[in-house]
Design a protein around this ligand. Structure first.
Ligand SMILES: Cc1ncc(COP(=O)(O)O)c(C=O)c1O
Length: 346
């Protein structure tokens, strides 16, 4: 009998006329894309396999992160990285710990790999982690993987490095800290790698690099774990195009990444203020999105926005997120369009 799996749900086949506030992506691709496409016209060795060790990309990431190359595993997206983690650590019925509401793929990917979820929900109202309870569970159950999302998707809330250390100290298995949104926060647990062998950090080029369509991610962990991850990943899971684009991004667009991050952080404050002025509860966010409580009218508001070609992520019927909608921060003009549409609705 095949496994029963609930597919990840998001808007499909969305037209280019739609303004997307639902996917936590950046408002424009990185500037290196145009030049990259031009170089392909003269040199596109797509008849050959690329370099399965991704040597150059690893070298560039090691400089970007200030970590040794042998602690990096390049993956075909952050989502594939989650699958690799599940494959590496889970046997039938093994426990993994999640802190809902959080990134849904933690659960689905680990269940596909036959794991069993233990849920320690974030605290009501603040969406802060319930570290006491996490530790209680870790002390009483053989948990193989503990997931920490920092900043957390979809709440935008964070966990301190001290709290992460507490979890690392009490975990008999590995602790995965998902830092897909790190740049919009500015705090990383990379310095903890030297102290904790059970720490695994997940990263993705989708958000900070504005490369969601290219599908490139990576894991950071001690050398031994990295060798295991490297053995599990597809020998050449990333296409030639995606690998070369990620290299070019780190070679040429690091200043642009910083500028975009700065712009998003500024817009985050402005958009939060505008939404609060409209009377909505906005949770404090350190990511490139806001969780907003639209209350009982959430579904109607989302539908009306959709009719105006504006897509937001309706989470209002999800457990722990009643009435909530997740809104990506885009550029000033686009954010203003969203606010004006909301004003018209009211
Ligand atoms: C918290 C978190 N982790 C990982 C990912 C995976 O990103 P990707 O598969 O695009 O690399 C996402 C994507 O939205 C995310 O929100």
């Amino acid at each position: 009998m095949a496994q029963k799996i609930t597919p990840y749900q998001w808007a499909k086949n969305v037209g280019s006329e739609v303004l997307r506030f639902d996917t936590n992506t950046l408002p424009s691709p990185p500037p290196c894309v145009n030049e990259f496409l031009k170089t392909l016209v003269d040199n596109c060795p797509i008849n050959e396999y690329g370099d399965p060790s991704y040597k150059k990309l690893k070298n560039l990431i090691s400089k970007y992160e200030d970590i040794p190359e042998n602690t990096i595993t390049i993956t075909n997206s952050g989502d594939e990285a989650l699958d690799i983690i599940g494959k590496a650590f889970l046997n039938d019925g093994d426990y993994f710990l999640i802190q809902p509401p959080t990134y849904e793929i933690f659960k689905s990917q680990c269940e596909i790999n036959r794991g069993k979820a233990i849920e320690v929900p974030l605290l009501k109202k603040t969406f802060k982690p319930d570290v006491k309870n996490v530790i209680k569970v870790l002390k009483s159950s053989p948990v193989k993987i503990t997931f920490v999302c920092n900043p957390n998707n979809p709440t935008g809330t964070t966990i301190t490095l001290e709290e992460i250390e507490l979890i690392l100290k009490n975990a008999s298995g590995i602790v995965v800290v998902d830092e897909a949104y790190r740049e919009f926060y500015g705090v990383s647990c990379v310095p903890l790698l030297a102290k904790y062998d059970n720490l695994v950090i997940l990263r993705s080029f989708s958000k900070f690099g504005a490369m969601a369509g290219a599908r490139v991610g990576y894991l950071i962990a001690n050398e031994k774990l990295s060798q295991v991850f490297d053995a599990i990943r597809f020998p050449l899971g990333i296409s030639y195009f995606s690998c070369k684009l990620a290299e070019k991004l780190l070679e040429e667009n690091q200043k642009w990444i910083k500028d975009q991050t700065k712009m998003i952080k500024k817009e985050r404050e402005k958009l939060a203020l505008s939404l609060k002025k409209l009377g909505y509860l906005v949770y404090p966010s350190q990511a490139n999105f806001l969780l907003v409580n639209f209350g009982k009218k959430a579904q109607v508001i989302c539908q009306k926005l959709k009719e105006n070609n504006i897509l937001v992520r309706d989470k209002s019927n999800k457990k722990y997120l009643e009435g909530c909608v997740r809104i990506t921060i885009r550029n000033e003009k686009q954010n203003n369009k969203l606010i004006n549409s909301l004003k018209k609705l009211i």
